[in-house]
Unconditional design. Structure first.
Length: 155
């Protein structure tokens, strides 16, 4: 049986909507508000678990994918500490640019490191076989950058 997550929809500007008088018209015509958010501890646990798994893996493609997953959960943990939720890895760069309160002056550094892992390293190692040793080293450096920045913020 199909089950859906609990989502409340708020219509703005509709005459039959009792909240339309309260909410500003600056919002889009339909907003989905998720009533469930992953806890900070869950993101931290997943980030550390993926990092540990990457240390055991010998396959470069698996390592890169695990670094990427770990980095994503570290970033989500930092966002959760600020009561924010990014939801999808594709949205990470845009959301971090939009809200620089999470990483402050290190935002650009985190965005660039995450973009390399997502768009370049994964393409070379996970989806193809074109990655060189230098590419793997750069991917590791990008991952380490994210871990150091996030671990410092999560203390």
């Amino acid at each position: 049986m199909w089950r859906s997550k609990t989502i409340a929809f708020v219509g703005v500007g509709l005459t039959h909507d009792p909240l339309s008088r309260v909410l500003t018209r600056g919002l889009s015509t339909c907003r989905g508000i998720s009533t469930r958010m992953t806890k900070l501890e869950v993101h931290i646990d997943r980030a550390r678990a993926y990092r540990e798994d990457s240390q055991r893996s010998k396959d470069p493609g698996s390592q890169v994918e695990l670094w990427f997953l770990s980095a994503y959960h570290y970033i989500e943990a930092c966002a959760a500490k600020h009561r924010l939720h990014i939801q999808q890895h594709r949205k990470v760069p845009a959301e971090l640019k939009r809200d620089r309160t999470i990483f402050r002056e290190r935002t650009t550094e985190v965005i660039e490191a995450f973009r390399y892992l997502d768009y370049e390293a994964r393409a070379k190692f996970v989806y193809g076989a074109s990655g060189a040793k230098a590419d793997l080293e750069r991917a590791r450096e990008c991952f380490d950058t994210i871990v150091v920045i996030c671990e410092a913020l999560l203390k």
